[in-house]
Design a protein around this ligand. Structure first.
Ligand code: GTP
Ligand code: MG
Length: 433
C-alpha cells in the first residue's frame, strides 16, 4: 500500500559549549584565557531522492535528530561541527509546518532541499570575553539549542495524466493496456487501493506518466470511500481521462456518474474543474453499451468535450484515445525541455518564527515571570552552575534593562524570578567575576 502522508519531528543538533581555559606555560603563573568556541550543531535536511515513491519509511521512524556540535577546548581549539542529517523523500513531497499548517516546501525535483531544522550555534569560548577590564573571564557561552519542528509530509504523485472514474469502470484495465503497469483488476469495486503509475511511451522518444486512481464515489470530497485521500494526486496532473462505464453494468447511469464526480472534484478543490478532461466511454464491447452510447456521445458533443468510445478489455478505440491524450498533453506541457532531472537546485528554508516580545510580570507574592525570545536565549546560553556564568548573566540582564523592569513591578532581593524554564533568585548585586 502506498503511504502518502506522514508526520515527523526534526531536531537540529545542539551547538557545542564554549570552553573556559587559561593558557598554561612553564614559568608563566597566570596565562590568558584560551578557551575555544563550541562547534555548530548539525542541520536536519530533507532532500529529494528520485528512486523513492512512498513515504513508507516514516511509518517506522518519525523522530530525526542531527548530531550535536562538539565542545570547544583549551589552546583556542574550536569544537567540530555536528554532522547534518539528510532525510530522503520522494519527488512530489509537499512539506507543511504541522504547528501552523503553513506549506514550507514543495520538493518535486532532485537537487531540491529543505533545511528543516537548523542546528544551534556553538557557544563562544572564554577567550572571546577578555577585555581590558576583564582579563580573566571564568565563563563561556553554552551552545544554542537546535531548532525543533513538527512537519507533515504529503506525497502528491507527479503524474501528467490521471484516470478518474467511479469504481469498476475499467481504469486499471486501461493503464494495463497502455503502459507496462500491472495493476490488480477485478470485477468488484475498490480493487485499486492506491494510485498505480504507468509510463506511456510515445513514438518519438517522449514519454509521460499516467496514474490510475482508486475509484471515486459521491461524498469522496468529504471522505467517503477510498478516493478522498487520493484526490490530491489529481491536483498534480495536467489533464484527466474521465472514464465512464457506458454499459452501466453496475446499474448506474454514466451521465449521472459524470456529473456526480465532477461535483466531487469541484468540492475538493475548485481548481480541479479547470483541468482539461477527456472522456472515455468504456466497455463498448458489451451489448448493453449500445443503449447509452449515442445518448452519451450527443451529450458530450453539446458540452464540447472530446469523448472516445473504447473497450479497455479488447483495446478497441484505445489507440485513438491515447493519441488524442498525447497530443493534448504535449500542447499543455511547458515549453521548457520536458525533463525533470537536472532542474534548478533549490534550497527551501523554514519560515522565521516571530520573536516573542519581552514581558515582565508579577505572578504571586515574591514570584516574577519574565518571558521573551531574547531573554530566554540569554539564560539557556549561560552555564548556571558556574558562579562567573551567573554573574555574566546578571550583567546582561542589567544592560538589557530587565533588572530595572523587575524592580518596577516590585521585585525584592531574594524573590524568585522565572525566565523560560529556569528559576533564578533576584539580586541587585552582581557577583564579582
Ligand atoms: N466487458 C468489459 N469489461 C471490462 C472492460 N474494462 C474493464 N472491464 C472489467 O471491469 C471490471 C473492473 O475493471 P477495473 O479495471 O478493475 O476497474 P477500475 O475502474 O480500476 O475499478 P476500481 O479500481 O475498483 O476503481 C473488471 O472485471 C474488468 O475486467 C471493458 O472494456 N469491457
Ligand atoms: Mg482499479
Amino acid at each position: 500500500m502506498l503511504v502518502d502522508e506522514a508526520e515527523i519531528e526534526v531536531h537540529g543538533g545542539r551547538g557545542g559549549n564554549g570552553c573556559v581555559s587559561f593558557r598554561r606555560e612553564a614559568y608563566v603563573p597566570r596565562g590568558g584565557p584560551d578557551g575555544g568556541d563550541g562547534g555548530k550543531g548539525g542541520d536536519v535536511i530533507l532532500a529529494v531522492a528520485p528512486h523513492l515513491t512512498t513515504l513508507l519509511d516514516f511509518q517506522y521512524k518519525s523522530h530525526y535528530k542531527a548530531r550535536n556540535g562538539e565542545h570547544g577546548q583549551g589552546s583556542h581549539k574550536s569544537g567540530k561541527s555536528g554532522k547534518d542529517l539528510v532525510i530522503k523523500v520522494p519527488p512530489g513531497t509537499v512539506v507543511y509546518d504541522a504547528e501552523t499548517g503553513q506549506q514550507v516546501a514543495d520538493l518535486t525535483r532532485p537537487g531540491q532541499k529543505l533545511t528543516a531544522a537548523r542546528g544551534g550555534d556553538g557557544g563562544r569560548g572564554n577567550a572571546r570575553f577578555a577585555t581590558s577590564t576583564r582579563r580573566t573571564p571564568r565563563f563561556a557561552e553554552m551552545g544554542q539549542n537546535g531548532e525543533r519542528h513538527r512537519l507533515r509530509l504529503e506525497l502528491r504523485l507527479l503524474a501528467d495524466v490521471g484516470i478518474i472514474g467511479f469504481p469498476n469502470v475499467g481504469k486499471s484495465t486501461l493503464i494495463s493496456v497502455v503502459s507496462a503497469a500491472k495493476p490488480r483488476i477485478a470485477s468488484y469495486p475498490f480493487t485499486t487501493l492506491a494510485p498505480n503509475l504507468g509510463v506511456v511511451k510515445v513514438d518519438d522518444g517522449v514519454s509521460y506518466v499516467l496514474a490510475d486512481m482508486p475509484g471515486l464515489i459521491e461524498g469522496a470530497a468529504e471522505g467517503a470511500g477510498l478516493g478522498h485521500q487520493f484526490l490530491r494526486h489529481v491536483q498534480r496532473t495536467r489533464l484527466v481521462i474521465h472514464m465512464l462505464d457506458v454499459a452501466g453494468i453496475e446499474g448506474r447511469d454514466p451521465l449521472e456518474d459524470f456529473k456526480a464526480l465532477n461535483a466531487e472534484l469541484a468540492q475538493f478543490d475548485a481548481r480541479l474543474t479547470s483541468l482539461p478532461q477527456i472522456v472515455a466511454l468504456n466497455k463498448i464491447d458489451l451489448p448493453q453499451a449500445a443503449d447509452n452510447l449515442e445518448r452519451c456521445q450527443a451529450f458530450f458533443e453539446r458540452e464540447r468535450l472530446a469523448c472516445f468510445p473504447i473497450s479497455a478489455a479488447t483495446t478497441q478505440g484505445v489507440q485513438e484515445l491515447m493519441r488524442y491524450v498525447t497530443a493534448r498533453l504535449l500542447e499543455l506541457l511547458p515549453k521548457e525541455p520536458y525533463a525533470r532531472a537536472g532542474a534548478a537546485e533549490k534550497v527551501f528554508t523554514m519560515p522565521e518564527r516571530p520573536a516573542r516580545p519581552l514581558t515582565v510580570q508579577k505572578a504571586a507574592e515574591g514570584v516574577f515571570i519574565v518571558r521573551g525570545s531574547e531573554v530566554e536565549e540569554m539564560v539557556t546560553r549561560t552555564n548556571l552552575d558556574s558562579e562567573a556564568g551567573v554573574a555574566w548573566l546578571h550583567e546582561r540582564l542589567e544592560k538589557a534593562g530587565i533588572l530595572q523592569r523587575l524592580e518596577d513591578v516590585g521585585a525584592n532581593e531574594g524573590d524568585t524570578v522565572i525566565i523560560g524554564d529556569t528559576e533564578l533568585e533576584y539580586s541587585t548585586q552582581g557577583k564579582p567575576q
